[in-house]
Design a protein around this ligand. Structure first.
Ligand SMILES: *[C@@H]1O[C@H](CO)[C@@H](O)[C@H](O)[C@H]1NC(C)=O
Length: 404
């Protein structure tokens, strides 16, 4: 029996079960662990031991990359990832979580949006080099005990490449998917939330969304708005705000999903992103503090990440806790998101357990495959703020009703 027929029969079975008994297929909750979170101090330090083994269906280990000379997969931080020379061995620690949850799948995520996909382009241009990279990839994934790979350059040629590399990248994606599936491994791809319409028919895009190529496709529906803009807005609106016009109109989860479905992506393989962070602004005029209020720059950084314009939910909720009554938390019902105004001129829009619940419900209502949680280390994993441990991830898990 070919793989296609097996998949078809499986799909028919699931469809029969769900139409007769209303039993929903399990939703995917793919959660990102980042190997640099172990360097944070105090309450921000996050290591594999902080992961709840039954919160997520899949763990995505961010990030590894490609050695562009050798055309091989490689660790991005040997001291964190591996066990050599007194290294922390996070690869082994993450994969050991499968002893506590045998249903858990682990994927090594390659690249990340800030990584230069140079090695990928170098390999893609030549059939022998493609095979070299793919063979190294399969071996690397198996050696360290992962269950698959996640390509996370958010379309390598869109992310800094050139137009004429797209056919090569398309070939690489198709061949890599085949090789990983043949080896019994998972193959997934992360893509940007929106694309210029000229990209819809690109071979690279078509290769990713072709049925059976990716086990799931993660739409990075986050960071729609932030301090690179000169007005306040929510980091990840679920729906359009009434003032969103022109280029801003499609900057929301619902518009992204519908655009990709219109492009030909299958809803049964699409995941949306639920971030665990917030993006903030300094208000130009504290009297104007609604959406589209003018800003003078990024919001102040948080106590853990110290990055202007960004805070993890864990540091934001702790900061708000410490302010006592000194902040104004509001819900914007069009975008279905929380924001907080504090310290006179600080404005942060962020994902909250309530917002995540509605995004998870959106996944269920629209028959999507699931969600990614980006990232585990910014959820309130110490339950400092009293919503429970990992309140964003567990809100999603509860709606998905997974029984892991
Ligand atoms: C979601 O997107 C679809 C397609 O663009 C649109 O018809 C619908 O009105 C949107 N839903 C909301 C609540 O904005």
């Amino acid at each position: 029996m070919t793989r296609q027929i097996a998949v078809l029969l499986f799909t028919v079975c699931i469809a029969t079960i769900s139409s007769s008994n209303q039993v929903a297929a399990e939703k995917i909750l793919a959660c990102y662990f980042t190997n640099w979170a172990g360097y944070r101090q105090g309450n921000g330090k996050f290591e594999p031991g902080n992961i709840e083994p039954t919160e997520c269906t899949h763990l995505m280990y961010g990030f590894a990359n490609i050695n562009s000379q050798l055309l091989q997969f490689q660790s991005s931080d040997a001291w964190a990832d591996l066990e050599v020379d007194g290294g922390k061995g996070y690869y082994a620690q993450v994969n050991a979580l499968k002893n506590q949850n045998p249903n858990l799948k682990t994927l090594l995520s390659m690249g990340g949006s800030s990584d230069d996909p140079y090695g990928l382009w170098t390999a893609a241009g030549d059939p022998a080099n493609r095979q070299k990279l793919i063979t190294s990839g399969v071996n690397f994934i198996k050696t360290y005990g992962f269950d698959g790979v996640d390509l996370n350059w958010l379309l390598p040629t869109y992310n800094g490449g050139t137009f004429d590399q797209r056919d090569d990248i398309a070939a690489l994606i198709t061949e890599m998917s085949e090789a990983f599936h043949e080896a019994g491994l998972l193959f997934t791809v992360s893509i940007p939330p929106s694309l210029p319409s000229s990209w819809n028919t690109a071979t690279e895009v078509q290769a990713i969304i072709a049925p059976g190529v990716a086990d799931f496709i993660s739409l990075k529906t986050m960071d729609f708005h932030g301090a690179w803009e000169q007005h306040t807005h929510h980091v990840a609106p679920l729906y359009q705000h009434s003032l969103d016009v022109g280029v801003d109109a499609p900057f929301n989860v619902n518009a992204s999903v519908n655009a990709w479905l219109a492009n030909g992506a299958e809803k049964e393989s699409l995941l949306i992103a639920i971030s665990t962070g917030g993006r903030g602004f300094t208000l130009l005029d504290p009297e104007q503090d609604d959406f589209y209020a003018p800003t003078s720059g990024p919001g102040n950084g948080g106590p853990i990440t110290d990055t202007p314009g960004f805070m993890g939910f864990n540091e934001l909720c702790e900061l708000l806790e410490d302010l006592g009554e000194g902040f104004d938390e509001r819900w914007q019902d069009e975008v279905k998101g929380h924001y907080a105004v504090f310290s006179t001129n600080q404005w942060y829009g962020y994902e909250s357990p309530d917002g995540a619940t509605l995004k998870a419900q959106y996944v269920v209502d629209n028959g999507l495959a699931g969600a990614i949680l980006y990232t585990l280390d910014f959820d309130d994993f110490h339950n400092i703020c009293g919503y429970g441990v990992n309140p964003i991830g567990n809100s999603v898990k509860e709606i998905f009703g997974n029984t892991i």
